[in-house]
Design a protein around this ligand. Structure first.
Ligand code: GDP
Length: 530
């Protein structure tokens, strides 16, 4: 993960990250405070309803509010000190979604938010595992310290044990719940005192000369100070000291304690991401690894979002720039179609509004409006043929048939389904026999989300129904063997939205049988997108 020659300053100051959290841990609140301190919004409480782009997404929002889930992901940029932060929002729904995985391929760091009273929760663990697959550096924020929290050592132990990662305290909480005063900043030997009167104010920072500084007594009652001194001494003895190299390789996480709603600990966390967090990292491609400071622009699509503006049936492809300095109007090669593409109206996701991007650098996320040419996994370059790797397509774990309850609208349904397939919101399979479609997802909630979106965005009432199939595998192998297998198993064969052949299965036995009977055939659960 280390990069040797110094990067150009514009690239070096970029920090591209995502927040992972169990629902309710405080991801939204923390995002608001990031934007507040990043100067992107004037007051907290605006994230959910601000700016043209957000208003036009009100249909999504309705669903998000009804279900308490976040369906649409977006990216936000803001400045803090000398840093430019790019925060990529992870979708909050479903147990494990491909969306989340793909989002995490576009960032260099993850911020893991946990609730100080609840510790490591189920979703935290799953999201953490996804980060680990990519060796992403992880910064931890233990939130809600203004509520009765668990013992600090207990929280740290739980993270170390459940997630198998070393935890190094960057700050140490002083009390919790009603007694929570603030934190001792272990990295800078400072005292941070929380302001309970004004939730949007940055905490008071007191420079002190180590824990024994008598000035501590002016701020902390004697009994709490004694406890703090004892705990910090113990922590320094028992817990590993912060080691940036280990953090960057993903085997150690620094932890900050705070209260997002009280804006407390957030500034220190941002400082930490800025100071220690990785710069834009090299990106793997099939041909070679792409370094951020290469002069030519390259990037890959990690997300496609449709209907951000219901008046126009357009889509926005979210592109992570892997290298170079992008300027508006540039002509880029769309590698998959081998066609040039003029990027005349890219959007930069400045927090309060969608804004036209005049320029962007490696590490940034830009949105490119298009009519469906851009798909997940696509590469854009200044002419080189590159295929970025590492954005897999997963085999769905749940399959259902889908049909329109209004027969007049059956044709439109196909269009809607294809669009969601391109967006990566679901897998859509067209069986080679019969009519209708089979839709595959990785989390059950996705069926509800789809049904609701098809109804809201296309006006098509639909019904999902049980399917005899339970999973799907992509078929590969020698051409003649594949042809024979397809011929013999027509009732199990379908095609995905790229036209690739898929074998629909009911039981593991189906898979075993095909592998046994058709030597050389490969049935894969993932399909590397190119
Ligand atoms: P998300 O589901 O992770 O996005 O969580 P939210 O940011 O929506 O927060 C969930 C709930 O916890 C909301 O009611 C917040 O007001 C509350 N909350 C967030 N941060 C804090 C905090 O630091 N202290 C307390 N007491 N409540 C908080």
């Amino acid at each position: 993960m280390t990069h040797h020659a110094p990067l150009p300053p514009e690239i070096a100051r970029r920090r591209t990250f995502a927040i992972i959290a169990h629902p309710d841990a405080g991801k939204t609140t923390l995002t608001e405070k990031f934007l507040l301190f990043g100067g992107a919004i004037q007051m907290a409480g605006q994230v959910r309803a601000k700016g043209e782009a957000r208003r036009t997404r009100s249909d999504f929002m309705k669903l998000e509010q009804d279900r308490g889930i976040s369906v649409s992901a977006s990216a936000m940029s803001f400045d803090f000190k000398q840093f430019r932060f790019n925060l990529v929002d992870t979708p909050g729904h479903s147990d494990f979604s491909e969306d989340t995985y793909r989002t995490l391929t576009a960032v260099d760091t993850a911020v893991m938010v946990i609730d100080g009273a609840k510790g490591v929760e189920s979703q935290t663990r799953k999201l953490f595992e996804v980060c680990r697959l990519r060796d992403l550096p992880i910064v931890t924020f233990c939130n809600k310290m203004d509520r009765e929290a668990r013992d600090t050592f207990e929280i740290i132990d739980e993270i170390q044990e459940h997630l198998a990662i070393d935890v190094s305290p960057a700050s140490w909480p002083i009390g919790s719940g009603r007694e929570f005063l603030g934190c001792y900043d272990l990295l800078n030997d400072r005292l941070e005192i929380m302001d309970r009167a004004d939730r949007n104010r940055v905490a008071e920072s007191v420079e002190i000369n180590g824990l024994d500084d008598p000035r501590m007594e002016q701020h902390i009652p004697a009994d709490m100070l004694a406890k703090l001194r004892e705990e910090v001494a113990m922590a320094r003895e028992l817990l590993p000291a912060f080691d940036r190299e280990r953090f960057l390789e993903g085997s150690m996480t620094p932890i900050w304690f705070g209260s997002a709603i009280n804006s407390f600990g957030v500034k220190e966390l941002m400082d930490g991401i800025g100071t220690y967090g990785p710069e834009p990292q090299p990106q793997p491609a099939a041909e070679r690894t792409v370094a951020p400071d290469e002069p030519h622009v390259t990037g890959f699509v990690f997300k496609v979002q449709a209907n951000m503006d219901p008046k126009h049936r357009d889509r926005v492809a979210f592109v992570r720039l892997a290298s170079g300095h992008f300027e508006r109007g540039m002509k880029l090669l769309h590698v998959r179609s081998k066609k040039p593409m003029s990027v005349t109206s890219p959007v930069l996701f400045l927090a309060s509004d969608r804004e036209l991007a005049e320029e962007a650098w490696a590490g940034d996320i830009i949105g490119i409006p298009n009519h469906g040419q851009l798909r997940i996994g696509d590469a854009l370059t200044e002419g080189e043929v590159l295929r970025f790797t590492g954005i897999p397509s997963f085999a769905p774990e749940l399959l259902q048939g889908v049909r329109s309850t209004d027969p007049m609208k059956a044709k439109h349904l196909e269009k809607a389904l294809m669009q969601f397939a391109e967006e990566g919101a679901a897998k859509v399979f067209k069986p080679s026999i019969g009519s209708g479609f089979v839709v595959g997802v990785v989390g059950a909630l996705q069926f509800d989300v789809l049904a609701s979106r098809i109804e809201i965005e296309y006006g098509i009432p639909v019904r999902f129904e049980a399917s005899q199939f339970t999973s799907a595998r992509w078929v590969q192998g020698p051409k003649d063997v594949v042809e024979k297998m397809v011929e013999d198993n027509k009732q199990f064969i379908a095609h995905d939205n790229d036209g690739d052949t898929v074998f629909l299965t009911r039981l593991q036995w189906d898979i075993d049988r095909v592998i046994r009977d058709y030597p050389g055939i490969k049935l894969t659960a993932t399909k590397e997108l190119m």
